[in-house]
Ligand binder design. Structure first.
Ligand code: NDP
Ligand SMILES: CC(C)CCC[C@@H](C)[C@H]1CC=C2C3=C(CC[C@@]21C)[C@@]1(C)CC[C@H](O)C(C)(C)[C@@H]1CC3
Length: 418
């Protein structure tokens, strides 16, 4: 269907040219990281030691395993949920319904993997399949995004995302045209954002830990820390699954290549980089240093969870006793903005907590290589860009009230610095 006439959102990521470059650059970066982590020098910058041939990338076994994984996660999504939540109000004033059973999917996956391992499933063989698995995940992301792009051609105008209606096919394919593509109750974006990639990330980490135990007799302390921290992060996301319904990915961004590739390929294969690095480059880690890193992760998590929960509680019910005493600014939309508590410290306290955790995930890998710090560098860039997008949207939504908030809370992410 033709997009509506009238003012359009400014183009992001450098417009169609930038989007075209990212279509190639994102998969290339992912493969570079996978290859670098398994190479001796483990260089983040500079060419990989060797380029794999097609036979190292293409494996029918990997394809089958990948499709079985997607099928399993889809089946778990369709199981009865403990709760069905309503999303934010849409342009046509309706609200979509979402099953809240992500944590249940994580636990059931863990049980199934446990059963499989006790029946002889060689989990330690998974690290050897990362390259072909990443390849089929990338192919799936391209094919799936094409399907999403075509599906959006027949979607009603009210179902399209504000950012994905530029009319340029490459740009719209990259950013995503339809806001919440679904077939019946199956919501593709909600499913992809929290299930196959996030749970797959934890499974890859676990397989790397098992492989390390096979190689060296037991997993290293560094590997335990990385596994523990990232499991906490994924478990937390699934436990607070409903909170994702108010994030900009669900409420504002279309579902196209960026999120499809990000969710199902980028997250499992690049977010597990620290564990991949540790398998081939073991790092000594003493108890005092490990305790200091745990403390950093705990501080990051405390800020991240505190800030996210405070905003969610406030958005769901401003008179909830946990947030009723906080200072607020009224806006013309009828919604209020918090100006004390976590949201009075900086304008994105949740990003600050997330970044502190990202640092704690890299520190167990020592300081001899830059490669395990890739996540911290990428994530800083992602959140700075995301923060700027959110500020633009909030200024548009709240006008003078947002300016007043910026005056009262002048720092964006890091107090007194940024
Ligand atoms: N690991 C990863 O790869 C990634 C993790 N994340 C994490 O996801 C989480 C969610 O992030 P994201 O969706 O970007 O954004 P936020 O959760 O920060 O949400 C931003 C929205 O919060 C509302 N808001 C802003 N300021 C206030 C205030 N003072 N009082 C009340 N409401 C306010 C506004 O929406 P409104 O007023 O409409 O409610 C604004 O649009 C973060 O913790 C982030 O770190 C994000 C991206 C990637
Ligand atoms: C590949 C590109 C450069 C960018 C892709 C970005 C995506 C990988 C991220 C966009 C927002 C995300 C969120 C999470 C994971 C990464 C992506 C998909 C999140 C699910 C991680 C867990 C958190 O607790 C969360 C708050 C639920 C996150 C929501 C946003």
């Amino acid at each position: 269907m033709a997009p509506p006439e009238g003012p359009r959102a400014p183009l992001e990521f450098g417009g169609p040219l930038g989007a075209a470059a990212l279509l190639l650059l994102l998969p290339a970066t992912m493969f570079h990281l996978l290859l670098a982590a398994r190479s001796g020098p483990a260089r983040l910058l500079g060419p990989p030691a060797s380029l794999p041939g097609l036979e190292a990338l293409w494996s029918p076994r990997a394809l089958l395993l990948w499709l079985a994984w997607l099928g399993l996660q889809a089946a778990l999504y369709l199981l009865p949920a403990r709760k069905v939540a309503e999303g934010q109000e849409l342009k046509d004033k309706s609200r979509l319904r979402y099953p809240i059973n992500g944590f249940q999917a994580l636990v059931l996956t863990a049980l199934l993997v446990g059963l499989g391992v006790s029946a002889g499933l060689p989990l330690g063989a998974l690290p050897e399949m990362l390259l072909p698995l990443a390849f089929v995940a990338t192919l799936t992301a391209f094919i799936f995004s094409l399907f999403l792009y075509m599906k959006a051609q027949v979607a009603p105008v009210s179902a399209l995302a504000p950012g994905g209606i530029s009319g340029n096919p490459i740009y719209d394919f990259f950013l995503g045209r339809e806001l919440n593509p679904r077939i019946c109750f199956f919501d593709f974006k909600y499913f992809c954002e929290l299930r196959p990639g996030l749970i797959g990330w934890v499974l890859i980490n676990l397989a790397l830990l098992v492989k390390e135990a096979e190689l060296r007799g037991s997993p290293s302390l560094a590997m335990w820390l990385v596994n523990g921290f990232q499991l906490l992060y994924v478990g937390d996301a699934l436990w607070h699954e409903e909170a994702i319904l108010t994030t900009m990915d669900i409420t504002h961004d279309g579902f196209g290549f960026m999120l499809a590739f990000g969710d199902i390929a980028w997250v499992p294969f690049t977010y597990s980089l620290q564990a991949q690095f540790l398998l081939r480059h073991p790092q000594p880690l003493g108890l005092p240093m490990a305790s200091a890193i745990c403390l950093i992760n705990a501080i990051g998590y405390y800020i991240f969870r505190g800030a996210n929960s405070q905003k969610n509680t406030f958005r769901k019910n401003p008179s909830d006793p946990r947030v009723a005493g906080l200072e607020t600014i009224s806006t013309a939309t009828g919604r209020k903005l918090l100006v004390s508590g976590w949201w009075g410290m900086v304008r994105h306290p949740n990003y600050l907590g997330d970044l502190i955790m990202a640092l704690a995930w890299s520190l167990p890998c020592g300081v001899s290589h830059l490669l395990p710090y890739f996540y911290l560098l990428y994530f800083t860039a992602l959140l700075v860009h995301r923060e700027a997008r959110d500020e633009r949207q909030c200024l548009q939504k709240y006008g003078l009230a947002w300016q007043e908030y910026c005056r009262r809370v002048p720092y964006r992410i890091v107090p007194y610095i940024y």
